[in-house]
Design a protein around this ligand. Structure first.
Ligand code: URA
Length: 233
């Protein structure tokens, strides 16, 4: 059982104060009966709820796409640093976790969810889910560098990196696609071929592409189509 104000926060995207206001102003029903008390409880997935006459359906899991800005660490909490969770309003922190970490100075697509199974599938190197990064580099790659990155490079780990894909955009920019998520992996791969990363942005995780209309620091819920795409992995 869950309180109606909490249910509205979780499933209608309202803040706690908006949810309370909606209940107190008789805009909410449970099983077609108007509720007036925020303490009223319901059974998620069984009882029906409306807000302003529209159904508010139960969402077991939440999925958000964040365009991560620089300056934030990809963690749920940190004693010193700002975390990406600080960018989500407090009502939305329902046991959410980041799907793979981005460095503090990396921008771009960060998927945040409480669906543990999907999270595991996306970050598992055995599943061969490609993550595409737009990488600004200090100097052009040679054909030899590209071949090395495509075959796998030694980054001082017990094993070389798995084969990557390289798309050269121009002398200073490439798209590097990798299936693993080792610590500072892209930066270390570029160092391994005598280059260095100037700027790094994640463009996609598997079939999920960064919505370029999201400005840095903004986020939105995934659409039903995007969730289905991820589930086909
Ligand atoms: N590789 C890196 O080096 N940094 C990131 O943030 C992501 C991949």
């Amino acid at each position: 059982m869950i309180r109606i104000d909490k249910y509205l926060c979780d499933n209608a995207g309202l803040s706690r104060s908006e949810a309370k206001k909606a209940v107190l102003s008789s805009k909410v029903t449970i099983n077609n009966i108007p509720v007036k008390r925020c303490e009223a409880k319901l059974l998620e997935g069984t009882d029906t709820v409306t807000l302003n006459g529209e159904p508010v359906t139960y969402e077991k899991y939440s999925y958000y796409m964040l365009n991560k800005p620089t300056g934030y660490v990809s963690a749920n909490s940190d004693s010193k640093e700002k975390t990406v969770m600080d960018l989500l309003s407090s009502e939305k922190k329902k046991n959410l976790s980041c799907v793979g970490r981005l460095d503090k100075d990396t921008t771009g697509l960060l998927l945040i969810t409480n669906d543990g199974e999907l999270l595991h599938r996306l970050i598992s190197p055995n599943k061969n889910v490609y993550k595409d990064y737009l990488v600004t580099i200090v100097k052009p790659l040679t054909d030899k560098d590209i071949k090395a990155l495509e075959e796998g490079v030694d980054i001082n780990d017990p094993t070389p990196t798995k084969p990557a894909k390289v798309k050269v955009i121009d002398d200073g920019n490439i798209v590097l696609s990798i299936t693993e998520g080792r610590f500072h992996q892209v930066k270390r791969m570029l160092i391994a071929v005598g280059n260095a990363v100037v700027k790094l942005k994640r463009l996609s995780e598997g079939p999920l592409k960064l919505d370029e209309s999201l400005s840095e620091g903004s986020y939105r819920k995934l659409t039903a189509e995007e969730i289905d795409l991820l589930k086909t992995l």
